[in-house]
Design a protein around this ligand. Structure first.
Ligand SMILES: Nc1ncnc2c1ncn2[C@@H]1O[C@H](COP(=O)(O)OP(=O)(O)OP(=O)(O)O)[C@@H](O)[C@H]1O
Ligand SMILES: O=P(O)(O)OC[C@H]1O[C@H](OP(=O)(O)OP(=O)(O)O)[C@H](O)[C@@H]1O
Ligand SMILES: [Mg+2]
Length: 285
């Protein structure tokens, strides 16, 4: 049987979460140290450990069938490569930043300026769209230092918490794109491997849904149940079970993990007790 070839970052920010999500979908990988390729024991899958920046070309050439990669890198180097799933980790932006003291009133202020970046295609596209001409300095790392050493007037690089910008005395002035880790697929994938990819994607979706949700259990007096159901966001058709205690019930439901904390005080004020919030491993629809 043919094996699906999937690329993940060899080392760096995406590696750990990429391996974790494969593990969470039940794929067990023989991960010998320093191996560049490993096979899954229980799924027709081979993992290739590669440099992030090299992955778009491997996808284009069909050397690998799929990859877990930052969307920002695909946008920079991977035109025509489709994203089939957003994976919810390694969120960041690609932004323009200038020295804190610099006056910036809009994109036109970049006309004729020197911009340091590792994302030349992304920057050129943005400049063209806005009819601005600037001089690009392409550097591979530590881009944020460029204005301080007199190499550039502005930079375009990844921003997450903003602390690297802050430490280098820079301010973010434009967001070019937002990115997260994604599952991308080669245009040359065979139909047999596409079937395997579909199975992998189905598992990913159920794990991602689970990560987004919490299982909530609470006890409440029966006369308060209706109010409580109305307080909990997006709760349709919760399970209600009678408690041994006369006139009380236990209510179970699944809610979006971001919504629960907003309503917790209101739930307590309205009679909810013994509230349990549990993680969900998988949510198969
Ligand atoms: N500070 C950050 N916060 C969140 N995500 C980030 C951050 N920096 C980078 N990323 C995301 O993680 C990806 C990998 O970043 P990382 O710095 O590990 O690799 P790299 O040095 O760009 O690439 P290579 O694997 O070629 O060495 C980036 O392409 C981006 O999608
Ligand atoms: O907004 P922040 O949270 O500070 O994150 C942004 C920084 O993170 C990345 O660098 P990384 O630490 O990956 O170093 P690198 O340049 O060696 O890749 C990126 O290139 C920025 O410099
Ligand atoms: Mg980096």
């Amino acid at each position: 049987m043919s094996k699906l070839k999937i690329a993940v970052q060899k080392s760096g920010r995406l590696n750990e979460d990429s391996m974790k999500i494969l593990k969470d979908i039940g794929i067990s990988i023989d991960n010998g140290k320093d191996q560049l390729k490993a096979s899954a024991k229980n799924f027709p899958l081979e993992v290739f450990y590669l440099r992030n920046g090299d992955i778009p070309q491997y996808l284009k050439d069909g050397v690998v069938d799929a990859a877990i990669i930052g969307e920002n890198v695909l946008i920079e180097k991977g035109n025509h490569i489709s994203v089939v799933e957003k994976l919810g980790f390694s969120s960041c932006k690609v932004s323009i930043a200038v020295p804190k003291s610099a006056k910036y009133n809009g994109i036109k202020d970049l006309e004729g300026k020197r911009i340091a970046t590792s994302y030349p295609n992304t920057v050129n596209q943005f400049l063209e769209k806005n009819n601005v001409k600037a001089n690009l300095h392409i550097i591979n790392g530590s881009v944020e230092i460029a204005p301080n050493i007199g190499l550039a007037d502005a930079i375009v690089d990844i921003v997450s918490s903003g602390s690297t910008l802050f430490k280098n005395g820079l301010k973010e002035v434009e967001v070019l794109l937002k990115s997260e880790a994604v599952l991308a697929v080669s245009p040359l994938i065979s139909s047999e491997n596409q079937q395997t990819l579909n199975k992998l994607q189905f598992r990913l979706q159920s794990v991602l849904r689970g990560r987004q949700s919490k299982y909530v259990l609470l006890n409440a007096p029966n006369d308060k149940l209706e109010t409580i159901i109305n307080i909990l966001p997006g709760m349709n058709s919760p399970t209600i079970l009678p408690l041994a205690k006369e006139g009380w019930s236990s209510l179970h439901s699944v809610i979006n993990k971001n919504e629960f904390w907003e309503v917790i005080d209101e739930l307590k004020q309205n009679g909810a007790e013994g509230i349990l919030v549990c993680p969900i491993e998988n949510m198969v629809l």
